[in-house]
Design a protein around this ligand. Structure first.
Ligand SMILES: [Fe+2]
Length: 240
């Protein structure tokens, strides 16, 4: 596959067939939907569902006596350990996804002609760091007496949100820059996620966890800057 965007017989735009486009607009105005309801109705249905619905899962009660103690102590101090545990679960899920995203991106970069060896080396290094970060979060969750194998609500939600990024990268038709753009979305979220988690850990009085996460944030900042630079370089080279 050629690794740059190409021109071709794309028929999706209205300019390709002005007459048909006009007829389609006329039809949209004259033919009424055969399903009753309006956008107001959809909004009302959504509102009802939100009011009726339960949440996406729950944060499990720590399964160990030590964890129960810690949770009880923090509760007495007015802290809500489940908030931090939920977000730690989210970070764990995201770092696991990140490892898999890089795995898929490495396969694509290796398959395409002309990928610089330095880029492949960095991609492999970033993948390893994502896996290390996952382990770092596992240790933090265990330190709080919680279970790192449990899927917390935020872990579930972030897994759903990452699905599109994975689809883009594993699609064999997408170019390197399209895949880099997808991983840029992940890295931007990753950076913001670590910053927030460090702040939450600090506010929950977990300073050691916050400090340990500082190193991961620095590495994530480097991922972000590098991916942005690769994307810019790839696209500007296509311009010339
Ligand atoms: Fe990253």
């Amino acid at each position: 596959m050629q690794n740059k965007v190409k021109t071709g017989l794309n028929m999706t735009g209205a300019q390709m067939s002005p007459d048909d486009s006009e007829r389609m607009l006329d039809a949209a105005l004259s033919i009424k939907p055969d399903v009753k309801g309006t956008t107001k109705g959809i909004a009302e249905q959504r509102r009802l569902r939100v009011v009726e619905s339960d949440q996406v899962g729950s944060v499990p009660i720590p399964g160990t006596a030590k964890g129960m103690m810690k949770t009880a102590i923090n509760k007495l101090m007015g802290k809500q350990p489940e908030v931090l545990i939920d977000k730690l679960g989210e970070r764990l899920a995201f770092e696991r996804s990140g490892t898999r995203l890089y795995e898929a991106l490495i396969a694509k970069a290796e398959a395409l002609d002309g990928t610089p060896e330095a880029m492949l080396r960095d991609l492999r290094h970033f993948q390893k760091e994502e896996a290390d970060h996952m382990q770092l979060v596992v240790e933090a969750i265990e330190r709080l007496g919680a279970d790192p194998t449990a899927q917390t609500p935020c872990a579930d939600v972030t897994g759903v949100a990452s699905m599109g990024i994975m689809q883009v990268i594993t699609d064999p038709r997408t170019t390197l820059s399209q895949s880099l753009n997808a991983i840029l979305m992940a890295e931007l979220t990753d950076n913001a996620g670590w910053e927030l988690l460090i702040e939450l850990a600090r506010q929950a009085g977990q300073t050691e966890i916050a400090e340990a996460f500082g190193k991961a944030l620095k590495q994530e900042q480097h991922h972000l800057v590098t991916v942005r630079a690769w994307l810019e370089k790839d696209l500007t080279s296509q311009l010339s």
